[in-house]
Design a protein around this ligand. Structure first.
Ligand code: UGA
Length: 450
């Protein structure tokens, strides 16, 4: 992979990557894959030890093999804090998290600030700091001021948002749609260009912007994606009461190139560590800036999204009546397939609500059961699909893992008395499941059964 991306113009740069969560770990590996010398910095001893021994602390297809590969080359090392070694880096990427603040919609920026403060005393005068975390617009200006004060120099800070998706993180990092950088000076742009040279040589658009615009690009992109999903889920609400079919509707409108067919999959809606908290953080920041009404529509985007979860709980009740003692199987618990991330997972919230109302919920998921055991041990877990489905009064598909799309409805039907499935992601072959005797309830679709 490295050879394919390298070109004669590429120069190896020494970089540090601060914060090795989803974003940081992927970015560190991607940088080493591009041939740079990488020092990864992560204070959490568990994560650090795992990474040092070539084990990823989360599930991400292809990234574990890449980590093993780059560890062997010696291009990547990990440590718990800054050192003389990391201080010689030409470029430092800040990749720490900005979760939703406790008791507020705003983004928690204290980890980013702490990372910047810890880094400042270790900067070479010509070093560049690149922020990659998703931050409220205006954060970079404040970070630059604080770091410059500590370092006693005018720190070269750029904002370089990341657009990777979980499940395809490495591929997205190595072949992004675009590279965006918000910069205050030309030197910083040149350093960024050098580090991304192998990617830029592929013809990837490189956008040099002012810093606030670069900060905004990320939240605006996520807000737009969330809006698209909630738009089609709003159509699903209308479809459900009018005999229409939101899946066909999405296909039909998606042929219009101005609309496009991506991110119009209707179902139980968006979750994860990014879209939900980013739209809330965006609204909170706009409010602070006195333009809250400009993005007030995002409240509806959030509300439509959360109503999809209510809808599944209501459907379960209308199928099962009193939930106490009823056996419900949740197929898939992560917020999306190819990930074991349970942050704000729609499937998890639905499972927890059904459990709270007395249902006995059993969860199956190809990779997320140990994450679930840690997060919520009150939910039942089954390692095998047949074991999970056996004896269920209701099956709900919560995450569209490939193995559920390919599951044999005849076989699964032989394990239950009441063959009812709620397809929360609209991925089951309805005809096939119905032919096997299942009542299929698909969100946003009016499907006649039997
Ligand atoms: C999202 C963005 O897509 C990335 O570009 C961004 O870099 C990332 O957030 C981030 O801010 O770090 P991610 O959260 O990994 O990426 O996942 P998505 O593929 O965006 O899916 C988010 C949620 O929307 C999932 O729960 C998914 O099931 C749901 N979704 C997606 C739908 O319900 N319908 C769709 O049509 C598409």
């Amino acid at each position: 992979m490295l050879i394919r991306f390298c070109s004669v113009d590429s120069v190896s740069v020494k970089v540090s990557v601060i914060g090795l969560g989803y974003l940081g770990a992927t970015h560190a590996v991607a940088m080493a894959e591009l041939g740079h010398e990488v020092v990864g910095i992560e204070p959490d001893p568990k994560k650090l030890e795992a990474l040092k021994s070539g084990v990823l602390p989360f599930h991400e297809p292809g990234l574990d093999e890449a980590l093993t590969r780059v560890l062997k080359t010696g291009k990547i090392t990990f440590q718990s804090e800054h050192s003389e070694n990391s201080a010689t880096a030409d470029l430092h990427f800040i990749c720490v998290g900005t979760p939703q603040r406790q008791g507020s919609d705003a983004a928690e920026t204290s980890y980013v600030m702490a990372a910047a403060k810890a880094l400042a005393p270790h900067l070479k005068p010509d070093a560049v700091v690149a922020g990659k975390s998703t931050v409220p617009v205006g954060t970079a200006t404040e970070l630059q001021r604080v770091m410059s004060e500590i370092a006693g120099i005018d720190v070269n800070l750029v904002w370089n948002p990341e657009f990777l998706r979980e499940g395809t993180a490495l591929e997205d990092s190595l072949r992004p749609d675009r590279i965006v950088v918000g910069a205050w000076n030309e030197h910083s742009v040149e350093v960024i260009k050098t580090v991304y040279a192998p990617i830029l040589n592929l013809g990837t658009p490189f956008l040099v912007l002012d810093v606030p615009t670069a900060e905004l690009v990320k939240v605006a992109a996520n807000a737009f994606l969330a809006t698209k999903i909630s738009f089609i889920n709003a159509m699903a609400e209308v479809a459900e009461v009018s005999g229409a079919d939101a899946v066909s509707l999405a296909k039909a409108i998606g042929y219009d190139e101005r609309i496009g067919n991506k991110f119009l999959r209707t179902g139980i809606g968006f979750g994860g560590g990014c879209l939900p908290k980013d739209i809330r953080g965006f609204m909170a920041r706009a409010e602070e800036l006195g333009v809250g009404s400009a993005v007030e529509f995002l409240k509806d985007v959030d509300a439509i999204n959360l109503r999809r979860r209510d809808r599944v709980v209501a459907l379960a009740k209308s199928e099962l009546g009193d939930l106490r003692g009823k056996r419900v199987t949740m197929l898939g618990i992560s917020f999306k397939p190819d990930s074991d991330d349970l942050r704000d997972s729609p499937a998890l919230e639905i499972a927890q609500r059904l459990r709270r109302e007395g249902a006995e919920v059993t969860v199956h998921d190809p990779v997320s059961l140990s994450a679930l055991a840690e997060k919520d041990p009150s939910l039942g877990r089954a390692a095998e699909l047949v074991e999970a489905v056996r004896g269920a009064d209701l099956v709900i598909l919560g995450t569209e893992w490939k193995q559920y799309k390919e599951a044999d409805p005849e076989l699964l039907g032989s394990l239950v008395e009441t063959k009812t499935v709620i397809d929360g992601r609209n991925v089951l072959d309805v005809d096939r499941w119905q032919a096997a005797g299942w009542k299929v309830i698909a969100l946003g679709r009016s499907i006649r059964n039997g």
